[in-house]
Design a protein around this ligand. Structure first.
Ligand SMILES: Cc1ncc(COP(=O)(O)O)c(C=O)c1O
Length: 396
């Protein structure tokens, strides 16, 4: 029976492609250190767990499609702490940031329309774009200059009559880059000039290790009706399994459309929203030790790798990822070989080949994405395994 072209051609997750080799290695008794996936090991806050354990209703009923009013209020209060004025009406609770991305894509364009995204980018944008028939148009950022945002002219050149939106993720997965306020201001002007939406994926907002707090697209002036922000508690509160996120926009016409999509999937998870409310009520001091822990991890991985001959790696500023260019021919072969053929005293490292994070074929071939979501001593061990693995791979 024929399947849709969309279903057949959509890209499989490059982060999960190597899973069968990982499982075989595990079956052989090899211990695998996961640098391939952004699953934080920081404990989910006790306040969150207490709230969900305290659920005492006799019926777990459907909730409102746009989320529990108290959570919408808590999220607008959270932004208020950064002097970003949004109201609960500007917030729709989604099933993770993932549903917010999907919903934003549904709203900004029709099949065949285009969304411009700096590459390398969070690879699941591909899947969501494919679901709704949007075409992702990349603007390339490069390892040589630490994946800094390209000049605004590069974005303008990518605009066609089908362009509907520009999506930026800051702090960035997979590069760790944070876009400057000036760069975002330039994007705002461009969006206004060409009548485009601006989508900001800001799920890593707290994870910043250099400089001041990153500017949110919600702070841009003159484009309030064009901005859509994707948010999530997955990383903020180390609660990836909760599946609670938010779509935020001051454009009420747009929010009314978002609500129609939300009504089709009925409601976000009720109990997990109660956990999220409790987490948002915690003091902002919660983030300080978490940030310090990630900073130590970043420094460990960066310092361990950056001096090695043939490695190209600039210090990432935020999120918990970096893309490293390695002295190897093919990162896909290397990542697979690390699982099938290599071990150091019974241990190996799993990395994500970076080519899947680019839309332009051929880019990222000798680059890997590393997520620093392990404790510092484990990261020291990972560096040792990786460097010895690179040496052995090049001899094999
Ligand atoms: C940049 C970015 N956006 C969105 C998401 C989606 O996260 P979730 O659906 O768990 O909120 C992720 C997850 O890794 C991400 O890295």
């Amino acid at each position: 029976m024929p399947l849709s072209e969309r279903a057949v051609t959509v890209q499989a997750s490059p982060i999960r492609r190597l899973a069968p080799f990982m499982l075989q290695a595990r079956e052989r008794g090899v211990k695998i250190h996961h640098l391939n996936i952004g699953q934080p090991d920081i404990e989910t806050p006790k306040a969150y767990m207490d709230a969900i354990r305290g659920f005492a209703e006799k019926v777990l009923a459907y909730g409102p499609s746009d989320g529990l009013p108290e959570l919408k209020k808590a999220i607008s209060g959270y932004f208020g702490r950064y002097d970003i004025a949004i109201t609960p009406a500007d917030v729709q609770i989604t099933l993770g940031g993932s549903e917010a991305i999907q919903c934003a894509f549904c709203i900004v364009g029709d099949p065949g329309d285009e969304v411009i995204i700096p590459e390398p980018f969070y690879t699941n944008y591909n899947g969501f774009a494919a679901m709704v028939g949007l075409k992702v148009v990349p603007v390339t950022t490069r390892a040589e200059n630490g994946f800094a945002m390209p000049p605004i002219e590069a974005f303008e050149k990518a605009i066609t009559p089908r362009t509907r939106a520009i999506l930026v993720c800051s702090p960035n997965n997979p590069t760790g880059v944070i876009f400057t306020p000036e760069e975002l201001d330039e994007l705002a002007l461009l969006a206004k000039k060409h009548d485009l939406f601006l989508i900001g994926d800001e799920v890593y907002r707290e994870f910043v290790y250099e400089g001041s707090r990153p500017k949110s697209l919600l702070e841009l002036k003159g484009v309030e009706d064009r901005v859509i922000v994707v948010d999530s508690i997955s990383k903020r509160f180390s609660a990836c399994g909760a599946r609670v996120g938010a779509l935020i926009s001051r454009n009420q016409e747009l929010m009314a459309c978002a609500l129609k999509f939300a009504q089709a999937r009925l409601c976000p998870p009720t109990i997990e929203q109660l956990g999220a409310i409790a987490a948002y009520k915690m003091s902002p001091d919660y983030f300080e030790p978490v940030r310090e822990e990630y900073r130590r991890r970043r420094d460990t991985l960066y310092e361990g790798l950056c001096h090695h001959p043939g490695v190209l790696l600039k210090k990432p500023m935020g999120a918990f990822y970096m893309i490293a260019r390695l002295p190897i021919d093919d990162a896909n072969d290397f990542a697979q070989w690390m699982l099938t053929d290599f071990q150091l005293d019974g241990e190996t490292v799993m990395v994500a080949p970076a080519d899947g994070f680019y839309a332009t074929p051929g880019l990222g071939k000798n680059e890997v994405r590393l997520a620093y979501v392990l404790e510092v001593p484990k990261l020291h061990r990972c560096v040792d395994i990786l460097l010895k693995g690179i040496k052995a791979f090049n001899k094999a």
